[in-house]
Design a protein around this ligand. Structure first.
Ligand code: ZN
Length: 177
């Protein structure tokens, strides 16, 4: 198959492909044609497809699968998502709000969002008040009514022996009215 194309056109096509590649542009037939046109070379699509440089380019593209690039992108996305999830978790010392169970700062004494405040807990005051009352309670009271003495029990026992426990009970119920 005799080559009718001039050698400088073949070189121009190769140069155009190199230029487009170095510029990071898509090396397409039309891109090469326009590059050649800018250099004053009138070429056809068939000229480019017949060139050695174009065939080498096609061989390179076939030998370089696009899969690794997309896999790399997917990995990055997964990592970014993981990082994003970690950032959503509290990046400060946190505790659970006793009122609304949301995470709040560990040292905060209040949560304006739900109105909880640490000062609202009345426990310390109550603890101080209750023992004082219990301690101050007297064991024996001699005023109004009074406690039953041993002599009183003996008297009731003597009465029970005399009239019977049931009668004493009835008498007590009558007296209670
Ligand atoms: Zn809260």
């Amino acid at each position: 198959m005799p080559k009718t194309k001039p050698k400088d056109q073949e070189q121009a096509i190769q140069k155009a492909i190199e230029v487009l590649t170095s510029q990071g542009r898509d090396v397409t037939t039309s891109a090469i044609l326009s590059t050649l046109y800018a250099d004053g070379i009138r070429a056809k699509s068939s000229d480019i497809h017949a060139s050695v440089a174009w065939k080498e380019l096609l061989a390179k593209e076939k030998g370089t699968p696009a899969a690794p690039a997309s896999e790399t992108k997917d990995t990055r996305t997964t990592k970014e998502k993981a990082v994003a999830k970690n950032q959503k978790k509290p990046n400060f010392p946190s505790k659970t709000c006793p009122k609304c169970n949301k995470l709040i700062h560990a040292r905060s004494h209040s949560h304006p969002e739900c109105g909880w405040t640490m000062a609202a807990n009345p426990a310390p005051a109550a603890v101080k008040a209750s023992p004082a009352k219990k301690v101050g309670r007297p064991k024996s009271v001699t005023s109004a009514g009074g406690d039953i003495t041993l002599d009183d029990i003996r008297a009731v026992k003597a009465l029970a022996d005399k009239i019977g426990a049931e009668k004493v009970k009835e008498l007590a119920m009558v007296l209670a009215r």
